[in-house]
Design a protein around this ligand. Structure first.
Ligand code: MRU
Length: 348
């Protein structure tokens, strides 16, 4: 990965993790990539909420870790000396963090896990320790789980495959390794030659800024395309498989970055397997598609590219961050517990 430094602090943590604790909460600011690889320290819950909303930290598993570390940060910042005061401060912080992005289930899952660990304690000091321990556990677990997803999914890829992916489900979207890109990394580590088509992913370009950057850094052959080019490539027989990540998998659908559904429909039409790689923490068995609120983002994300205006002032804009792909379009759900072909789901 890129060789850089940040003041006196070496960037070695950026090499292995996207988010970590080192005398406080640190994360790679993903909005600056691919230009700059810079870690920022998060010093307040308000700053964490801003970082999540503006996608400095993003991707479902990374948000899970961010949520848990957020609870640990709230405990660290709290001046409360007794259990009840501290827990009520943590609950306020937890609500703020959970509400910052509603669709990716991992965010509230991470918050809830750290909060549960904290509430099992007695003193404020024990609460601080337990919340941080749980956040560290989630972060370490994420890398182990992604490696298991990678190992399971690599079986589906053959030497010479051309794989299409959308958005960024790589190490940047997780604590390390990645889900969809983790499968590709694991296949490459087994000696298979894999070529990736990375969709740029309008409007925020996670595909061009992050996926293309990650794969190029790992010397995995990657070709960048506009989102609308996938159908024509499939028609020409240039794509063997599609693999994406997920923000939430309900009983009937996979929520992922807007544009995913179109690739899934096109893949079905062209008889190309469409796979989803995700940890069990992304599954939501309590809900179906229509229950889920899809985050709608600022119209300016579509109307501007940096400072350049792309659309007439005052134009009506629809900017949902995610779409839902019905499970019948999914050839396999690749998890740490194996591959499940819908309607089969992983055991609870
Ligand atoms: O809006 P983002 O960039 O957070 O959206 C992320 C995605 O849609 C990813 O594909 C998803 O979180 C899977 S991450 C392993």
């Amino acid at each position: 990965m890129m060789n850089a430094s940040f003041g006196d602090r070496p960037l070695s943590m950026c090499e292995s993790r996207t988010i970590w604790w080192d005398d406080g909460l640190w994360l790679i600011d993903q909005t600056l990539l691919p230009g700059e690889l810079i870690p920022i320290q998060i010093k307040s819950i308000k700053q964490l909420v801003e970082a999540i909303k503006s996608l400095r930290v993003r991707g479902a598993p990374a948000l899970g870790a961010a949520g848990a570390y957020g609870v640990a940060l709230a405990a660290e910042l709290s001046g409360a000396t007794n259990y009840l005061d501290m827990i009520s401060e943590l609950e306020v912080a937890a609500d703020m963090i959970r509400g910052s992005r509603p669709t990716a289930i991992n965010l509230s899952w991470g918050v809830d896990r750290a909060l549960r660990a904290a509430t099992g304690q007695e003193s404020s000091e024990e609460i601080r320790e337990a919340a941080l321990l749980e956040a560290e556990e989630i972060a370490g677990e994420d890398i182990r789980i992604n490696k298991a997803i990678g190992k399971n999914g690599a079986k589906l890829l053959e030497d010479g495959d051309n794989v299409l992916t959308h958005c960024n489900a790589g190490r940047l979207a997780c604590v390390g390794w990645g889900t969809a890109l983790g499968v590709i990394r694991s296949a490459v580590a087994q000696g298979k030659s894999i070529h990736v088509y990375s969709c740029e992913t309008r409007p925020l370009f996670q595909g061009s800024r992050l996926t293309a950057w990650e794969l190029a850094n790992d010397d995995i052959p990657v070709t960048l395309i506009c989102d609308s080019m996938s159908g024509s490539l499939m028609r020409k027989g240039k794509i063997d498989k599609v693999i994406v990540g997920a923000d939430r998998i309900t009983r009937d659908a996979v929520f992922n970055k807007i544009g995913t559904y179109s690739h899934a429909v096109l893949a079905k039409y062209h008889k190309i397997p469409f796979y989803v790689a995700a940890p069990l923490s992304t599954f939501d068995r309590m809900h179906v598609e229509e229950d889920i609120a899809v985050e709608e983002r600022d119209p300016q994300e579509i109307c501007f590219l940096g400072k350049a205006r792309l659309a007439p002032e005052g134009i009506d804009v629809y900017n949902p961050a995610f779409d839902a792909t019905p499970l019948e379009l999914v050839a396999g759900l690749i998890t740490e517990k194996g591959i499940f072909r819908p309607p089969l789901m992983p055991p609870l």
